[in-house]
Design a protein around this ligand. Structure first.
Ligand SMILES: *[C@@H]1O[C@H](CO)[C@@H](O)[C@H](O)[C@H]1NC(C)=O
Ligand SMILES: *[C@@H]1O[C@H](CO)[C@@H](O)[C@H](O)[C@H]1NC(C)=O
Length: 473
């Protein structure tokens, strides 16, 4: 009897501990087209540091409409290619004692492997990390999603083929990147889609006695788009995590300058403008019935850039006039957009003026007629605190290749922004940190409420169990 009680209590303690010591998610998106950038901008799976992420997403896979299956976008997703083989540092040969042959270092490359393989073997370095394949993205249009996923028969077929595909290439799950379901009918299709994926993943795991494949989705951030595209309660039931694409709130498509990914609204904003921030996105999903523990806040490792209307004495505050996109970056090459490392480079080498907006918790930089909204270590840290305050599942980054992954530009080491995400979230899940709840439903009023942390609850439960065990022994 005593033994039984003791075992029972121990198990309860372990169970409680396992819930409460749950880690924050750090989701990292890899993009298979960043391999085509030049020089220090080129990004391959070998650049990924698997110790920084809990979930790694491979963006993107395409939809094969004929065979009703996911399919690669890039030839070397599935075919080994010597051109993208990882350089193996420990293989650097040392002939003639100096490691050089004809004046050049001799560097061996690993045997050629496809990018899927290179990506999935990263799990050997971090066995807790999960890898997911992201299906869709901006270049797969809604017509393709509809035609495959609307009819019951093709949807089921596509789902069965997805399972085969994921297992074949050793992914641990699927991430749906339909950008975006927008009609009443899309909304219905999206719900059916996640419901059927979930039940097929469950069946497959049960029948083959394997860990169940994970199911996540990257979703819209703007409230009218969310309400049009998703039945929040329904999709939240079936998805493991919901990745909020909480960026691109403003960009060169506007006739004014504005922040790419502000945390809070601006006091001067009215009406729908108050929805253009991360807090409004999180509120929409939670108010719609999504448990906070499924929400993963997206963080942009990039900036949106603008050309100011006036060169001299320009209005450099949000909503000042803009006449289009800022100049393209030397590595990413598209107008209106710069990676974090390209922004660092400009700020450091060309002495740009930088400011930090306290109200919306993001930095901005400008010089002459160029204006950039971006994120830095300070804003990323703030946003991670917000993740903990709202008790969200964690944060995800878009994307690995936009951070200063080589540590060559910012002078902040490798992956300065992602490292800030990991360190900040780790410090907030620590066993002695009380979690502060910051009530921010009204931008102007905020009151901090100290609540007992999960860890102190755990502490008392543990004490109780120990005393109980003592008493009965
Ligand atoms: C959607 O993509 C398909 C396949 O790439 C293409 O044939 C079709 O024209 C596109 N439709 C729209 C509306 O862009
Ligand atoms: C691109 O490189 C040139 C030369 O180093 C530099 O002057 C220019 O500012 C860079 N442009 C951007 C957007 O980084």
């Amino acid at each position: 009897m005593q033994h039984c009680i003791r075992t029972c209590l121990l198990l309860t303690t372990i169970f409680i501990q396992s819930i409460y010591s749950q880690q924050f998610v750090v989701g990292c998106y890899f993009t298979n087209w960043a391999q085509h950038r030049n020089g220090l901008g080129r990004f391959l799976p070998s650049h990924i540091d698997p110790s920084l992420c809990t979930h790694l997403y491979y963006a993107f896979a395409n939809i094969d409409m004929i065979n009703r299956s996911p399919m690669p976008f890039e030839v070397n997703d599935v075919k080994p290619s010597p051109a993208t083989a990882a350089v193996v540092a420990s293989d650097i040969s040392k002939p003639a004692g100096n490691g050089r042959l004809n004046g050049k270092p001799v560097v061996k490359t690993a045997p050629p492997m496809s990018m899927y393989e290179q990506f999935n073997i990263l799990k050997y370095k971090n066995p807790q990390m999960k890898t997911l394949l992201s299906l869709g993205g901006a270049s797969v249009n809604a017509t393709q999603f509809r035609s495959v996923f609307e009819p019951d028969k093709t949807r089921r077929e596509f789902i069965r083929n997805t399972i085969k595909y994921l297992r074949k290439y050793k992914f641990d799950g699927l991430d749906l990147d339909w950008e975006f379901p927008e009609t009443e009918n899309d909304r219905r299709i999206f719900s059916l889609l996640v419901r059927d994926y979930r039940s097929e993943f469950q069946n497959e795991a049960f029948l083959n006695d394997r860990p169940q494949l994970l199911l996540t989705a990257a979703v819209a951030a703007y409230r009218p788009k969310i309400e049009a595209g998703y039945d929040i309660k329904e999709v939240a039931t079936y998805l493991d995590y919901i990745n909020l694409m909480a960026y691109d709130y403003h960009g060169s498509w506007n006739s004014h300058i504005g922040f790419n990914s502000p945390l809070y609204a601006r006091s001067s904003e009215k009406g729908d403008k108050r929805l253009l921030n991360q807090q409004a996105t999180v509120d929409t999903w939670i108010d719609g019935g999504c448990p906070p523990s499924k929400l993963v806040l997206g963080l942009g490792m990039y900036g949106r850039t603008f050309k100011l209307k006036q060169k001299k004495n320009a209005d450099t505050k949000p909503y000042g006039p803009s006449k289009g996109a800022g100049s393209p970056g030397n590595f990413t090459g598209s107008s209106g957009f710069l990676s974090y490392y390209e922004i660092c480079d400009l700020i450091k080498k060309q002495k740009w003026h930088t400011e930090y907006d306290k109200e919306q918790q993001v930095p901005f930089a400008y010089k002459d007629d160029q204006w950039i909204s971006y994120d830095n270590q300070q804003s990323i840290e703030k946003k991670c605190h917000y993740v903990a305050e709202r008790r969200l599942a964690g944060a995800m980054i878009w994307s690995l290749d936009f951070d200063d992954f080589n540590g060559a530009f910012c002078g902040q080491g490798k992956y300065p922004l992602l490292t800030t995400v990991k360190k900040t979230l780790e410090s907030l899940q620590g066993p002695t940190t009380p979690i502060r709840i910051h009530r921010t439903t009204q931008a102007t009023i905020s009151n901090d409420v100290q609540i007992p942390s999960q860890s102190s609850v755990l502490f008392f439960l543990n004490m109780f169990c120990l005393l109980f065990i003592r008493h009965f022994s």
